[in-house]
Ligand binder design. Structure first.
Ligand SMILES: Nc1ncnc2c1ncn2[C@@H]1O[C@H](COP(=O)(O)OP(=O)(O)OP(=O)(O)O)[C@@H](O)[C@H]1O
Length: 212
């Protein structure tokens, strides 16, 4: 379960939000919607531990997480809009890199875990390929596999369907449902309302529900 209380963020004099409270029960999917420039990406970066909040707390499965923008662990797995895959590494290497260097997994453990995730996400034939050889939907699934390899307490996605065609969007929906069936808590920032409707258990409308 994700519990956010009394979150506040401003850039210099520009208040983005205050008193933001939100709960995502374990295994549920929340869509964050709202107009452009309202603060959704700012919120996602704070949840991901990449940006500081000015006030507030965040608990994931009972554990208080750092909100100073210097979080050490990978408790929240983030799938960025541009996927941020390492172009010089193969798909498998993209997935094993952080487990090898951050979790200190032995090579065979990291490789077995990567191959299991690739199989689960329908990417077992892509292990030796490079990101430039993949479709948008495949890159997205590699980014999900890479996040899952760090055993996160939840997954957060930034605009996961942007730039994807109908078939790839369906694959994203399928993968998110697969994660949900495994009890993974998920948060998704999106402009794509049909997608949000198809996938979300809960919707948080930044335009309506946030004080500023
Ligand atoms: N580093 C920054 N410094 C100052 N202002 C910023 C910074 N980052 C974002 N902002 C401002 O904060 C506001 C919210 O931006 P944010 O990117 O979070 O919105 P968004 O809802 O994700 O928009 P979009 O849907 O277009 O991606 C905007 O007015 C933006 O100009």
């Amino acid at each position: 379960m994700l519990e956010i209380k009394n979150l506040k963020k401003q850039y210099a004099e520009h208040l983005i939000f205050k008193n933001l409270n939100l709960v995502i029960p374990t295994g549920k999917i929340m869509a964050i919607v709202g107009p452009s420039g309202i603060g959704k990406t700012t919120f996602l970066k704070i949840i991901a531990g990449l940006l500081s909040a000015d006030q507030g707390t965040m608990k994931l499965n009972g554990e208080l997480l750092d909100l100073t923008g210097n979080r050490q662990g990978a408790q929240v797995g983030v799938i960025f809009q541009d996927f941020n895959l390492f172009p010089q590494y193969t798909v498998r290497e993209n997935i094993t890199l952080a487990p090898l260097t951050v979790l200190n997994d032995p090579q065979n453990v990291a490789k077995d875990k990567a191959d299991r995730l690739l199989l689960e996400l329908g990417l077992n034939n892509q292990a030796e390929q490079y990101p430039s050889q993949l479709s948008g939907g495949q890159k997205q699934r590699v980014a999900i596999a890479r996040a899952l390899a760090m055993h996160p307490g939840m997954l957060a996605y930034d605009e996961p369907t942007s730039g994807l065609d109908q078939a790839s969007t369906q694959q994203v929906i399928h993968v998110m449902q697969q994660m949900k069936a495994q009890g993974v808590t998920q948060l998704v920032v999106t402009h794509d309302l049909p997608f949000a409707e198809a996938i979300a258990d809960l919707t948080f409308d930044f335009g309506k529900e946030v004080q500023r």
